[in-house]
Design a protein around this ligand. Structure first.
Ligand code: URA
Length: 214
């Protein structure tokens, strides 16, 4: 697919998410929040789900957690416009409660298509929900973060959710920054190394084929 075709397909999927009624989250949304950033990104970030501000604005990570993410991206030399940012669920869970398993199940095909189409060198999962989903693990983020996990010929690097750093303070912020630096370094290495790219399987056609989420 050409970059133009990829953008067109992502736009089409965003339209479908906006009209989706597959789970109860559609009932109280202002709008679905599909993604922000570049479909040609080398690093893709995955959060949990839209909050109050995201639901109003239609973009992920535009509230306080998003401001922190933007700042930390800047500190490692990245601009938000050059990465791709999405969430596990596309509609805001009421009162920012955790997304429920059936809601994640109903929404995951959008995320699979985003992963397949953007096809980043590095996927950075932020927090427990996206990390557990992609790595199919029940191990918590404190133990999984800051490591490089092979994932369909690419890699996943989990880190804490920026909202957790807002609650917990500067030490966790510094940890996220270190994980971001690892993501930048890893993406650079993988893109520069023909061996890292060789033998990379074609992105699967469907989430059944991907076997991603169990
Ligand atoms: N938290 C998330 O997980 N995603 C957002 O888009 C905003 C806050």
């Amino acid at each position: 697919m050409t970059p133009v075709e990829i953008r067109a397909r992502l736009d089409e999927l965003a339209g479908q998410a906006g009209a989706c009624v597959a789970c109860r989250l559609h009932e109280r949304r202002t709008q679905a929040v599909f993604a922000d950033g570049s479909p040609e990104a080398d690093i893709m970030f995955i959060g949990e789900g839209p909050g109050y501000n995201e639901d109003k604005e239609g973009l992920p990570f535009v509230g306080r957690a998003g401001m922190l993410l933007n700042r930390l991206l800047g500190e490692v030399g990245l601009d938000r416009s050059e990465v791709y940012i999405a969430n596990v669920v596309k509609c805001r869970p009421p009162n920012n409660r955790d997304p429920r398993p059936d809601e994640i199940e109903a929404c995951k095909h959008f995320l699979v298509d985003q992963l397949r189409l953007v096809d980043p060198a590095v996927v950075m999962t932020m927090g427990n929900f996206s990390t557990k989903l992609l790595l199919k693990t029940s191990v918590g983020i404190t133990r999984t973060r800051g490591q490089v996990y092979p994932w369909w010929g690419r890699v996943v690097i989990p880190t804490f959710h920026p909202a957790a750093a807002l609650r917990s303070g500067p030490a966790m912020e510094a940890t996220i920054k270190a994980d971001l630096e690892m993501a930048v370094r890893t993406a650079r290495e993988r893109l520069a190394d023909p061996d890292a790219q060789a033998g990379v399987p074609e992105p699967p056609d469907s989430y059944e084929q991907l076997g991603l989420f169990g």
